[in-house]
Design a protein around this ligand. Structure first.
Ligand code: CDP
Length: 227
């Protein structure tokens, strides 16, 4: 069967990765979480003390870029890909609030974006890929056959992310999560390089009132119409 590229963009915690994983599993496609790649670079910057009080030392980060290697490896046991930073599995380490509070600043740096976008385009060179992020339908795969743009109310999104973090054992408050996603949405949509916006040919999906199954069914109809 013909393989297509599925680009999923949208605001923070809109359920992009849940949907992307469901689609990749059903279609036997590769799933790539592009946000994890930006998070890995942010983790590198934090580990190297390049971010202090939310201030990023851009010049030094840019000079380190040639030695920042981000990759994915499939974990047979988990039946999922995990992200590696310079050979270390950082799949859990990239999900902390510390990384969440720094990642959008790192993602404004054009040199960082260029390096990661190149990798993302290589991963999708043969289609059969579902990638989620902020600039997938606009910059990474402007020719994707199916583009989705996900939205949900800020409260719904903050509650979802708060529940996920609490379940994973993190100590956070709802207020801190809400502030983080609101602040990232602002930085992501107003940055100069590749801001988050809905591509003209993307289909908007507001899932504030849809459960996972309803959303998946709706999107599978769209996928079938493209195959
Ligand atoms: O926490 P959430 O799943 O909503 O975000 P993420 O997908 O893990 O992405 C983390 C951050 O990386 C975003 O807030 C953006 O600042 C940045 N990002 C980006 O700039 N471009 C992408 N294609 C993906 C993520």
């Amino acid at each position: 069967m013909k393989k297509i590229t599925i680009a999923i963009d949208g605001f923070s915690s809109t359920g992009k990765s849940t949907l992307a994983k469901q689609l990749a599993q059903k279609l036997q496609y590769v799933y790539v979480d592009s946000g994890a790649m930006y998070r890995a670079v942010a983790l590198y910057a934090l580990n190297h003390k390049l971010i202090i009080d939310k201030k990023l030392n851009k010049e030094i980060l840019i000079s380190h870029l040639p030695e920042i290697k981000v990759s994915f490896r499939y974990n047979e046991l988990l039946k999922a890909s995990e992200i590696y930073l310079n050979g270390d599995n950082v799949n859990t380490a990239i999900r902390t609030m510390e990384v969440s509070n720094s990642v959008s600043i790192v993602a404004t740096v054009p040199e960082v974006r260029q390096q990661l976008v190149e990798l993302q385009q290589e991963m999708g060179a043969h289609k059969g890929i579902v990638m989620d992020g902020r600039d997938i339908g606009t910059v990474v795969f402007p020719d994707a056959e199916l583009k989705l743009f996900m939205t949900a109310s800020a409260d719904t999104r903050a509650q979802r992310r708060y529940d996920e973090l609490i379940e994973s054992g993190a100590e956070v408050t709802y207020q801190a999560v809400l502030e983080n996603i609101t602040s990232r949405d602002h930085i992501d949509s107003t940055r100069e390089d590749s801001p988050l916006f809905k591509a003209d040919d993307a289909i908007g999906i507001d899932n504030s009132n849809l459960n996972k199954e309803q959303q998946f069914e709706k999107v599978m109809k769209l996928v079938k119409s493209k195959l």
